[in-house]
Design a protein around this ligand. Structure first.
Ligand code: PMP
Length: 423
């Protein structure tokens, strides 16, 4: 399709891997939902900066000043990328998991949390100290909003409440009605955090437009390296909370008390939750990825990805053994993330064969979303697989699924090879 743009250059595009059938082939990385390859542009930016890096917020030297500027500019770039409100904070974390755990640690006393059972464990599990209401998997966007509205209507209207919702499912790739869910949350005086781990690499995310209170995402899924995540959004709860980590950088003033203890005044800025020497390279890489995606243009990136999604769907439409997993229906809008089972096949063997015989890297398993995969496969909680447990034997009902996912760096050939291999 001539109107579809070329893939963006990514690292690893020339890596070859051996095949069990003999010879070798270029590796087809089709597990972007787990970790996307870094953009060449991000790598080049980091390499250009690396000889100059110095301590952040801690040194008088020129390179320390330079690094501090780059770190703080990275914060501004991320705020622009997410179209944050004035006054929002951007906290650099390690990952989406870290970001959501930070928010969980910053919840006001007595906060009620509402979360769908369909969430990734990073969004389902951090709310251990709160009163958590887990909502049933909805079968469509409308039902999602109604389910939330019903649950919120029954909540204690006087206490604080938080809704945590994903923007795009890491299992089905389906887009969730974030704006409508945010409106439903706010109508009942609740706040909402968007898990954009799968959304941000594929779609523009506007905090203002979606009217969400916080957004979390991971650098390693956004074409930057591992080790950096973001929590961006309203400052008040973050400012009122105890620091996520206690230490240097988070503290403004520390004094010895006469009784022998210490008094601490913590920063009110994002630094409050960033104690210790920050990962300036990671923050810089995330900012570089944000710029690269913005410059490439999400219109173009989305068009290319939808073209690849259609290639998979159409390419496998005449293979009746392939069953795609979906909560909202086969035609629901989705990002380049598709999970499926192949009737009569053990999903783990199938994924292993794609690797060994075709050099294709997909993922098999439960995708850190056990309740969702259980619902989609209709499996019994008692017999459902666990992480690392053996899959069903060939011919038995599958306990796991296979996930293929792609993005801005995926060439047509990878998806075409995948379709050929599955067939
Ligand atoms: N949320 C979703 C929807 C995800 O797909 C993932 C990663 N698979 C996470 C959260 C957690 O991201 P990380 O592992 O980078 O913390």
């Amino acid at each position: 399709a001539p109107s579809v743009c070329a893939p963006l250059p990514v690292l690893g595009r020339d890596v070859t891997v051996p095949l069990v059938t003999g010879g070798e082939v270029t590796y087809a990385a089709l597990d972007y939902a787990a970790s996307a390859p870094a953009l060449q542009r991000v790598w080049d930016d980091v390499a250009a900066y690396a000889p100059y890096y110095g301590s952040v917020h801690r040194g008088a030297g020129y390179l320390s000043q330079l690094s501090t500027d780059l770190f703080e500019n990275a914060r501004r770039t991320v705020a622009e990328f997410l179209d944050c409100r004035g006054g929002d904070q951007v906290v650099f974390t390690r990952s989406t998991t870290d970001s959501l755990n930070l928010l969980a640690a910053a919840l006001p006393a007595g906060c009620q949390v509402f979360v769908f059972e369909t969430e990734h464990h990073a969004a389902l599990l951090p709310w251990r100290d709160a009163r958590v209401t887990v909502l049933d998997a909805p079968r469509g966007p409308r039902q999602a909003v109604e389910t939330l509205e019903r649950a919120l209507a029954e909540r204690d209207p006087h206490g604080p409440a938080l809704v945590c919702v994903t923007g795009a499912s890491n299992v089905t790739g389906e887009l969730w009605p974030v704006r409508e869910l945010a409106a439903a949350a706010h109508a009942q005086g609740a706040r909402i955090v968007l898990d954009a781990a799968q959304l941000a690499p594929h779609h523009p995310v506007s905090v203002k437009d979606l009217d969400v209170d916080w957004v979390a995402f991971s650098g390693h899924k956004l074409y930057a390296p591992f080790g950096t995540g973001v929590l961006a959004g309203r400052a008040d709860w973050l400012r009122a909370a105890e620091p996520y980590l206690a230490g240097g950088g988070a503290s403004r003033k520390v004094t010895r008390r006469t009784d022998g203890g210490v008094d601490v005044q913590w920063h009110d800025s994002a630094a409050r939750h960033e104690a210790g020497s920050p990962n300036v390279i990671g923050a810089y890489a995330v900012a570089s990825a944000c710029k690269a995606l913005t410059e490439a243009g999400f219109d173009t990136l989305v068009a290319r990805e939808q073209y690849l999604v259609a290639k998979v769907r159409e390419g496998l439409a005449d293979v009746p053994q392939v069953r795609f997993l979906s909560l909202f229906g086969d035609d629901a809008p989705r990002v380049g993330v598709l999970s499926f089972v192949v009737e009569g096949w053990n999903s783990s063997h199938f994924a292993a064969a794609l690797s060994a015989e075709y050099g294709i890297g997909v993922r098999d398993g439960l995708f850190c979303a056990h309740p969702l995969v259980r619902t989609l496969l209709g499996s019994d909680p008692q017999t459902q697989g666990e992480c690392g447990a053996p899959e069903a034997a060939p011919g038995e009902k599958s306990l796991n699924a296979i996930r293929v996912s792609f993005g801005a760096g995926t060439p047509d050939e990878h998806v075409e090879r995948f379709v050929r291999a599955v067939k």
